[in-house]
Write a protein that binds this ligand. Structure first.
Ligand SMILES: [Zn+2]
Length: 196
């Protein structure tokens, strides 16, 4: 989780002003221009295309925009987890295989010391085991990354809290979303490109 939150670039905030749009740097209008947050004392914040006077896409209430994004993430994230990591079973098997390799490596030294293996055979076996180990360790690290995705569903619940600062939301969204493409003629359309 920590790694995910730290990944990606941080959006530029104007001088001393705090970041107000949690989707800053992530969402653009179908016309290619950025969607920006419009705030006023009278009205609730909205997201609007910077080029609206030309592209004529209608604006959207920020609250509504965020709600749709969270819904999409909720629908898509569990699917990713199921596909990649059913019950962590694969991790258990990989851990088992790795500990077997450690056992075999110890035996190698024993065989060398007792003169059962020549140095040549020892080195060849050691190389083969080390390659096998590298391969398994690599697979394990991939599996463990997919478990992190599982925790994202908890994070989504937290994001619905109104106290969550925009900058924290922004870090989270940037860690899982690459881009959001928005359009609104009659109907709202949001296309999400995920990082994971
Ligand atoms: Zn536009």
């Amino acid at each position: 989780m920590q790694n995910l939150l730290q990944s990606g670039h941080h959006p530029k905030t104007a001088g001393r002003y705090a970041l107000v749009n949690p989707f800053a740097g992530l969402c653009r209008c179908i016309c290619g221009s950025a969607l920006v947050m419009q705030k006023s004392k009278k009205f609730r914040p909205r997201l609007v295309c910077q080029n609206q006077s030309h592209c004529h896409q209608k604006s959207i209430l920020y609250q509504e925009f965020e709600k749709i994004i969270l819904q999409i993430l909720k629908q898509q994230l569990p699917e990713i987890v199921c596909r990649r990591n059913p019950d962590g079973l694969k991790q258990k098997i990989l851990h088992q295989q790795i500990s077997e390799i450690h056992g075999q490596q110890e035996k190698l030294y024993d065989f060398l010391e007792r003169g059962i293996y020549s140095e040549e055979i020892f080195l060849a076996r050691q190389k083969a085991l080390s390659e096998k180990y590298q391969h398994l360790a690599c697979q394990l690290s991939e599996e463990e990354t997919s478990t992190e995705i599982l925790k994202l569903s908890d994070m989504l619940e937290l994001l619905e809290s109104p106290e969550m600062p925009a900058s924290v939301k922004n870090q989270f969204f940037r860690s899982v979303i690459r881009e959001i493409i928005y359009s609104r003629n009659e109907q709202i359309s949001l296309k999400l490109v995920l990082r994971i």
